[in-house]
Design a binder for this molecule. Structure first.
Ligand code: NDP
Ligand code: 2IT
Length: 448
């Protein structure tokens, strides 16, 4: 059978079982298109239905989260944990609190996490969870009550050797603190059941920075293959949360010029570029004041704010989408290419639509899919788990060195499986390398 037919048959079967899950099908389609042609040529994998097993979560947990808001009204949200694949280690992946969270979004994230975690070289399976709870505009005590109610159900499903959640959109150090406190109270055990913990209670140095820094380390490796570097490059970044902030910091440290950041209301453009002082102001606006990115203009009135727009219209050398899924479409991709962009590194998960990805690959620019370039976050989560098991803490320099070397290894794996006629297709490389790691473990463990 020709491989396109194999891909189509596979996708028909998966879509039938997963109706109304567009984000999940988008993530599965991209993997199927790159991995099935590879499987078809490998006797050990062909006929084992490994990908069909991978798209079926080992377990899906969905639960009610009832809590009382500051007006003493009862609120009801839905909580989830998708335990996708445990072939190479316990389930590992973040928790997202955002009103758009649903089964499709979390299944796409959990599915991508299998491959991403496989790429890190660390023993972590794939999982993801969260809730449609919207932390925006909620008081600290409301967020605490929500987190306590959420964990009162979740705690029975997770554990340091079973499933180790972390942060994602809407879940940062404050939420991880409340979640950890409630888990500890319910289990009466101090364990490394969550990552992204505070430094004084089991966290790892560099974990907050890891996703953004790792993305930029990966971009550096890609640029290096063309004899280029980040210095003096114009960099457009979307988002202004955890990933965007530290991607921006690393670009600035390496001499690049960050000219945009954004949130769901629009983007800011600062022609002069960010510097250390401006970055500190952004950390204060976003993390302490919990304000919108447009507030930047109150401090730096020469910058401009573009309401309701995404930053892809701004001419740049490098684009780093660091906000959310499908935030960069085919039209945006065309604009970036027309304006001379040479490199796109995804800090977010699946931020580019399939149209955009195809355009980047057709034009053969340097394009890194999130599961490769943003793997630094979960990688340092893995290092946090290792430190928790050792009951020891590594220095900032030690963790940063390990992060760098993991990003270099991921880059090598992508090259190994994605290079043809001297062009590296990092999408294909990442998908096949992640698949091989997990598939070998699944084969060894029998039909489960
Ligand atoms: P944060 O909650 O810290 O920040 C999210 C940012 O994205 C905010 O600026 C937010 O703006 C913006 N955003 C969210 N939803 C939308 C939307 N629908 N449209 C436009 N902007 C939006 O999250 P993180 O920085 O942690 O996560 C960002 C991305 O990186 C996500 O895709 C996440 O899955 C991925 N990621 C995160 C990792 C981590 O360790 N945290 C690891 C690997 C990947 P607003 O405030 O207006 O909503
Ligand atoms: O998408 C991701 O990789 C994360 N949100 C981080 C997961 C983790 O367990 O650190």
């Amino acid at each position: 059978m020709n491989t396109q037919k194999l891909v189509n048959n596979f996708l028909q079967l998966v879509v039938k079982r997963n109706q109304n899950e567009p984000e999940f099908m988008q993530a599965v389609t991209e993997v199927a298109e790159t991995v099935i042609p590879y499987i078809a040529k490998q006797d050990i994998y062909y006929g084992q239905n490994i990908l069909l097993r991978m798209v079926e979560p080992e377990r899906v947990i969905s639960f009610r989260v009832a809590w009382i808001d500051d007006n003493e009204e009862i609120q009801v949200n839905r909580g989830y944990r998708i335990e996708m694949n445990s072939a190479i280690g316990p389930y590992k992946g973040g928790l997202r609190f955002h009103p758009d969270v649903n089964l499709s979004v979390l299944k796409f994230l959990a599915f991508e996490q299998i491959f991403k975690n496989g790429l890190t070289t660390l023993p972590m399976g794939g999982g993801k969870g969260g809730s449609d709870f919207d932390p925006k505009g909620r008081s600290d005590t409301e967020v605490m009550r929500f987190c306590q109610s959420f964990m009162t159900e979740l705690f029975r499903h997770i554990g340091p050797n079973r499933d180790i959640p972390a942060g994602d959109i809407g879940v940062g150090s404050r939420e991880i603190g409340y979640l950890f406190g409630q888990y500890k109270r319910l289990k009466n055990e101090f364990t490394g059941v969550l990552t992204g913990k505070g430094i004084s209670w089991g966290g790892s140095l560099i974990r907050p920075e890891a996703t953004g820094y790792g993305t930029v380390y990966f971009v550096e490796k890609m640029l290096e293959t063309k004899g280029e570097g980040i210095k003096d490059k114009k960099v457009v970044i979307s988002g202004s949360g955890n990933v965007a902030q530290y991607a921006a910091e690393k670009v600035v440290q390496l001499g690049g010029k960050v000219i945009t950041l954004s949130d769901s209301s629009g983007y800011i453009y600062d022609e002069e570029g960010l510097n250390e002082e401006k970055l500190q102001r952004i950390f204060e606006i976003k993390n302490t004041q919990r304000e919108r990115i447009s507030k930047y203009l109150e401090y730096y009135p020469k910058a401009s704010f573009h309401a309701g727009k995404t930053p892809w219209e701004v001419p740049c050398d490098i684009a780093l989408p660091c906000a959310t899924q499908n935030e960069l479409n085919g039209k945006d991709a065309k604009m970036l290419l027309d304006n001379g962009c040479i490199c796109v590194g995804e800090g977010a998960n699946m931020p580019s639509t399939p149209d955009a990805v195809h355009l980047f690959l057709d034009k053969q620019i340097l394009f890194a899919p999130g599961k490769a370039s943003n793997a630094g976050g979960v990688a340092v989560s893995g290092l946090e788990m290792a430190q928790n098991s050792l009951r020891y803490n590594w220095t900032r320099e030690e963790v940063d060195e390990r992060l760098k070397s993991i990003m270099v290894d991921i880059h090598k794996s992508c090259q190994k499986y994605g290079t043809e006629n001297s062009f590296t297709n990092y999408v294909k490389g990442a998908n096949i390398a992640g698949f091989v790691k997990v598939a070998d473990a699944m084969l060894a463990q029998g039909v489960v």
